[in-house]
Design a protein around this ligand. Structure first.
Ligand code: ZN
Length: 118
């Protein structure tokens, strides 16, 4: 049996939301899985967007991670298809990068993306 005082103390200090440096990779792995799932289900196309509008978020929910895109976050509004089948989704820049990578490399053995957020 091991007593790990330091570990316990750190675990208690983890109450606040994850900040950069703690464990961003696991969260990214979760998002990567979700992007793959969306691609597999056809929710996100494997084709590039027909139109991309970059800007800041307005609180709309990100299509990938399902969190609001805040006004301080870079948001990408992507349009797919044309005519009656056209649709558009909003996602974080970092989520867009994940999708862009996954659709281009569906084998899944790519190294994790380093998001530009600090
Ligand atoms: Zn997102």
């Amino acid at each position: 049996m091991m007593t790990r005082d330091g570990e316990l103390r750190r675990a208690r200090g983890r109450k606040s939301r994850e900040r950069s440096g703690t464990a961003p990779r696991s969260e990214e792995a979760v998002l990567q899985d979700r992007v793959r799932q969306l691609l597999a289900e056809g929710e996100l196309p494997k084709e590039p967007a027909t139109r991309i509008i970059a800007g800041f978020g307005d609180g709309a929910v990100c299509f990938v991670c399902e969190r609001p895109v805040q006004s301080s976050d870079v948001a990408y509004q992507l349009s797919f298809g044309a005519g009656a089948g056209a649709r558009s989704v909003v996602m974080h820049y970092s989520c867009f990068i994940l999708w862009d990578r996954e659709r281009a490399a569906p084998t899944g053995d790519t190294p994790p993306v380093q998001p530009p957020t600090e």
